[in-house]
Design a protein around this ligand. Structure first.
Ligand SMILES: C[S@@+](CC[C@H](N)C(=O)[O-])C[C@H]1O[C@@H](n2cnc3c(N)ncnc32)[C@H](O)[C@@H]1O
Length: 240
């Protein structure tokens, strides 16, 4: 209509990153996808997250995806056929086969430089385990990068997959606005220090005052205070 300002089309921006999540519990992601930074990135057409239920690739009439471990022992193991068929068929959906990540406590512990490396991909497939984990042949056939969230055991790979999606999209250009830029975040290059202490209003609460320098309006002094605070925090909290 004449006279009205033109609206930007919703998907004007180019898709920067596609995630394909292979899971037995796709429903777990519904709330996660519909909130905050990730939702905005999806709505803007910068990020796409596709969910696949591994069970859809089960061949038998019971749609079974797990079975008892050979050699005995507790729990169930994810079967090789549905997982491999699922991963291979999802990979084939796009000319870019993507970078396949298996979530497992036995993988490399995720650190910010790994996140930065992952963010260089245009497509990442995230394979979530459950039960006692994966039949070993899944690793041998698919040769995924194995990533762990840390030295503890979750019930499934879904929370780890969400953590990777959140960490990676923060680094995708245009996903974060200036107001929550990732440049000064803890672990960021070049220094990989912890972020400095942050304060907001009120200036004083229960006798605790905001450092005077942050109220001074002197940008150089603020930058210097932050740099020193960042170094001191890192020394104190992270001897490693
Ligand atoms: C109960 S765990 C299986 C643990 C396996 N029995 C072991 O000891 O290595 C089930 C699934 O949760 C996920 N998971 C558990 N802990 C994880 C972690 N620290 N990082 C990433 N994924 C994890 C993996 O996908 C795993 O296959």
């Amino acid at each position: 209509m004449a006279g009205l300002p033109k609206r930007k089309p919703r998907n004007e921006k180019q898709l920067a990153m596609r995630f394909d999540v292979l899971t037995l519990f796709p429903e777990v992601f519904q709330g996660f996808l519909g909130q905050s930074v990730l939702k905005r990135a999806i709505d803007a057409g910068l990020v796409d997250v596709k969910l696949y239920n591994i069970r859809d690739w089960a061949k038998d009439k019971h749609h079974s995806v797990d079975d008892r471990p050979f050699g005995g022992g507790p729990g169930m193991v994810l079967k090789v056929e549905p997982v491999v068929d699922c991963a291979e068929s999802v990979r084939r959906q796009d000319p870019d086969p993507g970078h396949l990540v298996m979530l497992t406590p036995q993988g490399r512990r995720l650190k910010q430089p790994d996140v930065e490396r992952l963010a260089e991909n245009k497509r990442i497939l995230l394979l979530c385990g459950r039960y006692e984990g994966f039949d070993e042949r899944i690793r041998e056939i698919l040769k995924p990068e194995e990533i762990s969230l840390g030295d503890f055991v979750l019930c499934g790979g879904e929370v780890a997959a969400m953590a990777i999606i959140e960490a990676v999209i923060r680094l995708v250009p245009d996903v974060l606005g200036d107001e929550d830029s990732s440049a000064s975040d803890s672990f960021s290059a070049p220094g990989r220090l912890l972020e400095f202490a942050q304060y907001t209003r009120p200036r004083e609460y229960r006798g605790l005052k905001v450092p005077e320098v942050l109220l001074s309006g002197n940008h150089q002094a603020v930058a210097q205070w932050r740099e020193e605070n960042s170094k001191e925090r890192t020394r104190r909290r992270r001897a490693d």
